[in-house]
Design a protein. Structure first.
Lengths: 223, 241
C-alpha cells in the first residue's frame, strides 16, 4: 500500500469533478437554448416546423449519447473538422439534452390550460404575446421541477465524455486507478463525488415539486 | 342602431348541428339575454360572435367587423368586443392590476401611466380597488369574476359578452357579480349574456332570446317571462324558476 491513495490523487479527482461541472453547464445552457427552440417548434402552428422538430427529437432520442460523442469527435475529424474533446463532448451533450428537455418543456407548455390561451386571445393579444406574456411564465413554473430533475441525468451522462478522452470525473477516476490499482477505493470515491454533485439537484427538484403541488392545491380549493 | 347582427348562422360540431339558422340583432346600449337549456346552442352563438368558433354558413357583423369574413383579423374584432367566461380565466401568475393592465399595454399600446389610470378606474367600477395587488388565488370566486369583468372593461369595448358568468358561483357571490353587471347595464354598455339567472334576465335585459334545438325559438321583452308564446319556453320557465 506504499503507493496508495494520496492527496494528489484526490486533487486530481476533484479537478475532474470540476470539469464534469463545466461540461454539465455547457450541456445545460446549450441544450436549454436549443431545447427551447425545439419546444416552441413542437407547439408551432406551422406544420413544417412541427414535423421537423418531431423528427429531430425522435432521431436524437433513438440514438445513444455514446454514439453521438463518437460521431462528433471521431466522425467529424474524418471530414477535416477536428474538435477539442471538450467542444466535441459539449456539442454532443447539447444535442442530446435539447431533444429531451425540448420534449419536457413542450409538455409543460401544453399543460397550461387551453382556456388561458383563449382568454389571452380574447384580449386581442397576438400569438407571440400570448406565448410570451401568458403561457410561458406559467409553463416555466410547471417546468422547474422536472428540469432540475433532468439536470441530474445531465451530470451523470457527462461521464460518457471519457470515451473521447475528456478528463472529467469518470476519466479522472480511471486515470487514478490505472496508476494505483485500487478500483474499490477509487471508484467508490468517484461515485461519492458524483453523488455530491447530483444529490443537491434531486433534493432541490423534490422541494420544487412539493411547492408546486401545494400551490396547485390552494388554487383548486379556491375555485 | 344595430351593433350585432346574425343572419341565418349555421354551425355544426361534426355530425352535431348546434346552430341551425340563427338570426337576431342587438342594438347599441341594449342588454340582450340568451336563455335556453344546456345544449340549445346559446353559448356557441355567443362564442361565434367573438369568433372563438368559425361558422359554417351565414353572416355575422359585430361593431362594424365582418366576423364571418375568413380574412378578418380577429385582433381587430377583439379590441371592440370583450368576453367574460364562466371559469374567469384570470392569469394566475399576475396580480389583479397586472391582469387588467396587460392587454391595454400590449394590445392597445397604452403607456404605463395610462394603463394604471385605466386599471384604477375599472377596479373601482367593480368595487375591488383594494385588491389591486392580490393574486387571483387569494380572491373568492365572485371577486375573481369581477376582476375578469374589469379586465375586459379595460379594453374599452363597444360590446361585452358574458358566457354563464355566474354558473360556478354560490347565490351570494352570484349576487355581487350580477350587481356589477346591472351597474354596467345602467351605464349604457351593450351587453349580450348567456345566463341561467332568469330573474336577472327579466329585470335587467331589454330583450331576451329563448333558444331551443339550435334555433331562435322565441324573442321578446320582459313580458315574455309572464306570457311565453311557445310550449317549450313555457315548460323551460316552469322548470327554471
Amino acid at each position: 500500500m506504499s503507493f496508495g491513495f494520496n492527496s494528489n490523487h484526490l486533487m486530481f479527482l476533484l479537478q475532474g469533478a470540476g470539469w464534469t461541472l463545466v461540461l454539465s453547464l455547457m450541456a445545460f445552457v446549450g441544450g436549454g437554448l436549443v431545447g427551447f427552440l425545439v419546444a416552441l417548434c413542437r407547439v408551432s402552428p406551422n406544420r413544417t416546423l412541427r414535423y421537423f422538430s418531431i423528427a429531430y427529437v425522435q432521431l436524437i432520442q433513438g440514438t445513444p449519447l455514446l454514439i453521438l460523442m463518437f460521431l462528433t469527435y471521431f466522425g467529424l475529424s474524418i471530414l477535416g473538422l477536428t474538435l477539442p474533446a471538450i467542444v466535441a463532448a459539449g456539442l454532443s451533450m447539447t444535442v442530446y439534452v435539447s431533444a429531451y428537455i425540448g420534449e419536457i418543456w413542450r409538455g409543460c407548455i401544453q399543460a397550461v390550460p387551453r382556456t388561458q390561451w383563449e382568454a389571452a386571445e380574447c384580449l386581442a393579444l397576438s400569438r407571440v404575446q400570448r406565448m410570451r406574456l401568458v403561457v410561458l411564465p406559467q409553463a416555466l413554473r410547471i417546468a422547474t421541477p422536472p428540469t432540475v430533475g433532468f439536470m441530474v441525468q445531465i451530470v451523470k451522462n457527462t461521464s460518457l465524455a471519457s470515451v473521447v478522452g475528456f478528463v472529467e470525473l469518470a476519466r479522472a477516476g480511471q486515470v487514478v486507478n490505472n496508476s494505483i490499482f485500487e478500483p474499490l477505493i477509487v471508484y467508490m470515491l468517484t461515485a461519492g463525488l458524483y453523488f455530491l454533485l447530483c444529490f443537491p439537484l434531486s433534493w432541490w427538484s423534490r422541494q420544487l415539486e412539493h411547492r408546486l403541488l401545494v400551490t396547485q392545491r390552494i388554487e383548486v380549493s379556491a375555485i | 342602431m344595430t351593433i350585432i347582427q346574425l343572419e341565418n348562422v349555421h354551425k355544426s360540431f361534426g355530425a352535431l348541428k348546434v346552430l341551425d339558422g340563427v338570426s337576431f340583432s342587438v342594438n347599441k346600449g341594449e342588454v340582450f339575454a340568451i336563455i335556453g337549456r344546456s345544449g340549445s346552442g346559446k353559448s356557441t352563438a355567443l362564442r361565434c360572435i367573438d369568433r372563438l368558433e368559425r361558422i359554417d354558413q351565414g353572416k355575422i357583423q359585430v361593431a362594424g367587423h365582418e366576423v364571418s369574413d375568413p380574412n378578418l383579423d380577429p385582433r381587430q374584432l377583439r379590441r371592440d368586443v370583450g368576453i367574460v367566461f364562466q371559469s374567469y380565466n384570470l392569469f394566475p401568475h399576475l396580480t389583479v392590476a397586472e391582469n387588467i393592465a396587460l392587454a391595454p399595454r400590449h394590445s392597445k399600446g397604452k403607456t404605463r401611466a395610462e394603463a394604471r389610470d385605466l386599471t384604477d378606474r375599472v377596479l373601482a367600477q367593480v368595487g375591488l380597488s383594494d385588491k389591486a395587488n392580490n393574486y387571483p388565488e387569494q380572491l373568492s370566486g365572485g371577486q375573481q369574476q369581477r376582476v375578469a369583468i374589469a379586465r375586459s372593461l379595460a379594453m374599452e369595448p363597444q360590446v361585452m359578452l358574458f358566457d354563464e358568468v355566474t354558473s360556478a358561483l354560490d347565490p351570494q357571490l352570484t349576487a355581487e357579480v350580477l350587481k356589477v353587471m346591472a351597474d354596467l347595464a345602467a351605464g349604457g354598455m351593450t351587453m349580450v349574456l348567456v345566463t341561467h339567472e332568469m330573474a336577472f334576465a327579466r329585470n335587467v335585459a331589454t330583450t331576451t332570446l329563448f333558444m331551443h334545438h339550435g334555433r331562435v325559438w322565441e324573442q321578446g321583452g320582459p313580458e315574455m317571462f309572464d306570457r311565453p308564446q311557445t310550449a317549450e319556453l313555457h315548460q323551460f320557465l316552469g322548470f327554471g324558476l
